[in-house]
Design a protein. Sequence first.
Length: 245
Amino acid sequence: MYNMQENVTQKTLEEEMADANISASAISPSLVQGYKGFYNRYMKRMCDLFLSLILLIILSPVLLIISVLIALESGFPVFYRAERGGLHGKSFRIFKFRSMVKNADRIGGGTTALNDSRITKVGAFLRKTKLDEFANLISIVKGDMSFIGPRPELIRYTSQYTGTEKLIEEVRPGITDFSSLEFINLDEIVGTENADEIFEQKVLPRKNKLRVKYAAKVSFATDCYLFFRTVWKVVEKAMKFICKS
C-alpha cells in the first residue's frame, strides 16, 4: 500500500515538474516530503563531515598546487568568498577557488557568460574540470554545505522564494543536484550578452523547480545517483576540454 502511494506521489511530482504552467512556488507542498526524512535531518550531515575531512587530507597537495597557480597568475586571494543563501534561510560565504580576476562581481554581473572576459587562464581550466569546486570541502566541513544539494544561490534570488520554493531552504546547499546536471554547460546556455537577464528569464525558474525536486526526493539513494552522474558528466566535460585544447 505504501509503495503504491509513493509511486502515485512521484508520478504526480513529475507531472507538475513537466507542466510549464506550474512554477516552483506552486508545486503541491504535499508532494515535497523527502527533506523531512531521517537521512536528511541526521545521517546526511554525518556522512558529509566524515567524507569531507578524509578528502581534505587526501587532496591537500592538489589544493595547494591550485592555490599556488592562482596566486602566481593573478595574486591573492585564492578563494572566491561570495555570500549565498543557505540552510533555513541563513546566509553564508562560499569557498571556491577564484577563477576570475579580482573584484569580478564589481566588473560584471552575477552570471558567468560564455567566453566571459573576467575568467583567467588558470580559471578557465579550473572551471572546465570543476577543480574550482574542491574548495567547497571547507564549506562542507563547516556545515554550510553538503556534497549533494541545491546549488547555493545569490541572496537576491533566495530572498524572493515564495510558496513551495521555501522548502528549498530545508536542505543544505550542495556542490551538485538535479539542476547542476541539467545546466552543467550554463555559460553556453546564457550566451555572451545579457547573461543575467537570460538566466533570470530562462534558467532560474527551471532550476528552482529542480531544487524543489531535490527537496522532495532527498535520500541516500538519490544522493548516490546524483554523485555518480555528476562524476561521469564532469569527466566527460573535462576530457572534451582537454582534447579540444
